[in-house]
Design a protein around this ligand. Structure first.
Ligand SMILES: [Ca+2]
Length: 150
C-alpha cells in the first residue's frame, strides 16, 4: 500500500512540472491545489476563483479517490468540495456555475440537515460526502484545467 501511495504521489509531482503551476498537482488534464489553511466555504470559493480555478468539482469516482489520497497524505479530516444547496434547499449544484452535477458520493442518509447545512464536504474517515454548515472552517481543494488544455 505504501508503495502505491508513493508511486501515485510521484507521478502527480512529475506531471505537475510540465502542465501545472508551482504547488499544484496534475491528474489527467487538470491541476489541483490542496489548501494549507482552513477556510469557510465562501472564502474557499473566493480563494479558488483568485487562482483562476474553482472549488473542486469531480467528474467521477476515480478522480475523487486520487484527490482524497493526496488529502490523506496531508492529514486532512474534512475537505470542502464545490457543491451547495444554498440557492434551493435540497438541490445540490456546482458552486461555480449553479449547474446540476452528474456525480455525487453522499454517505447513506446524507445530506440530511436541511437549511442548517448547505455545503458539501468529504469526511476522510469514510471518503464520503456530508452536508455541513457553510461557516465551518475546513481545508479545501481548487481545480483548473492543465495549461495545455486551458
Ligand atoms: Ca441544505
Amino acid at each position: 500500500m505504501f508503495f502505491v501511495i508513493v508511486a501515485i504521489g510521484l507521478s502527480g509531482f512529475v506531471g505537475s512540472a510540465h502542465v501545472c503551476d508551482n504547488g499544484w498537482r496534475a491528474y489527467k488534464n487538470h491541476c489541483y491545489w490542496f489548501s494549507d489553511d482552513k477556510a469557510v466555504f465562501s472564502n474557499a470559493v473566493t480563494n479558488c476563483f483568485k487562482f483562476g480555478s474553482t472549488l473542486v468539482e469531480f467528474c467521477g469516482k476515480k478522480e475523487e479517490r486520487w484527490a482524497m489520497l493526496q488529502n490523506r497524505i496531508k492529514g486532512y479530516d474534512l475537505v470542502w468540495i464545490g457543491y451547495t444547496d444554498s440557492l434551493e434547499e435540497g438541490k445540490y449544484v456546482y458552486a461555480s456555475s449553479g449547474e446540476t452535477p452528474s456525480y455525487f458520493n453522499w454517505l447513506k442518509g446524507q445530506p440530511h440537515k436541511g437549511k442548517t447545512e448547505n455545503c458539501a464536504a468529504v469526511e476522510m474517515t469514510e471518503m464520503k460526502w456530508h452536508d455541513y454548515p457553510c461557516s465551518h472552517p475546513m481545508f479545501y481543494i481548487c481545480k483548473k484545467p492543465a495549461k495545455h488544455y486551458a
